[in-house]
Write a protein that binds this ligand. Structure first.
Ligand SMILES: Cc1cc2nc3c(=O)[nH]c(=O)nc-3n(C[C@H](O)[C@H](O)[C@H](O)COP(=O)(O)O)c2cc1C
Length: 208
């Protein structure tokens, strides 16, 4: 399957076959592949809580306005963004330098200190941005492997944080159900057209 085919075939699946299992090896492959995604300053903001148990899924189901596909999916990934990922620079600096990206750690320390360290909004935005790009790739990699997914943000974060003991320097960015589709969704809902969304050179009045 080409990337174009995966993009075209991917849908948000709300009806999973509860009897079809996605193995730990399949999930591992998916996670290892998807985390080749870019992240801001390669800070790898993503973390995953893999939920398979009935007990865990029930907690997620309750925190998520009872969205049924959470229970039927083979696994639900709670995708976390590390809000203070900039404090991890020392895990990456030697590799950057060894591979010749930077002569020393000066630039990266400014990034982690002034750019991120002083700006909680940027920290949070980055945790969401970098993690979201990775999730998009994961959806396509899953499709290529015959797996189906659905992103979920319809949940109450405080309940998820409490139930899954998530430390305060991480945020649940999104959940992703993974499994095998049972019933295909209806036709894809429409997208805005090119002319509705593309502006030439500056923001064009009348478009939005
Ligand atoms: C960030 C994000 C959050 C979403 N959250 C939910 C959700 O909580 N529940 C749900 O049923 N669908 C959710 N969706 C799925 C969208 O409704 C779906 O992508 C959209 O209707 C287009 O359908 P398609 O993905 O099949 O093309 C979410 C999608 C994204 C990208």
């Amino acid at each position: 399957m080409t990337v174009t085919e995966a993009i075209t075939a991917r849908r948000s699946v709300h009806s999973y076959d509860p009897d079809k299992h996605v193995s730990d090896e399949q999930l591992r492959e998916l996670i290892e592949l998807s985390t080749l995604a870019p992240s801001s300053f390669n800070l790898n903001h993503w973390r995953f809580i893999v939920v398979r148990s009935e007990e865990g899924k029930t907690k997620l189901h309750e925190a998520s306005l009872n969205q049924k596909h959470i229970k039927d999916a083979s696994a639900v990934l709670i995708v976390l963004g590390k809000i203070d990922a900039h404090t991890d620079v020392d895990r990456f600096i030697p590799d950057w330098i060894e591979k010749g990206y930077y002569p020393d750690d000066k630039h990266l320390r400014v990034v982690s200190g002034k750019f991120y360290g002083l700006n909680p909004v940027v920290q949070r935005d980055e945790a969401i941005r970098s993690t979201s790009i990775m999730i998009g790739m994961m959806m396509l990699a899953a499709k290529e492997r015959g797996l189906d997914t659905a992103a979920i943000i319809g949940f109450r974060p405080p309940e998820v944080i409490e139930a899954f003991e998530i430390p305060e320097n991480y945020m649940p960015v999104m959940m992703l159900t993974v499994g095998y589709e049972k019933t295909p969704p209806p036709d894809r809902v429409k997208r805005l057209g090119y002319d509705d969304i593309v502006h030439a050179e500056r923001f064009e009045p009348g478009k939005g």
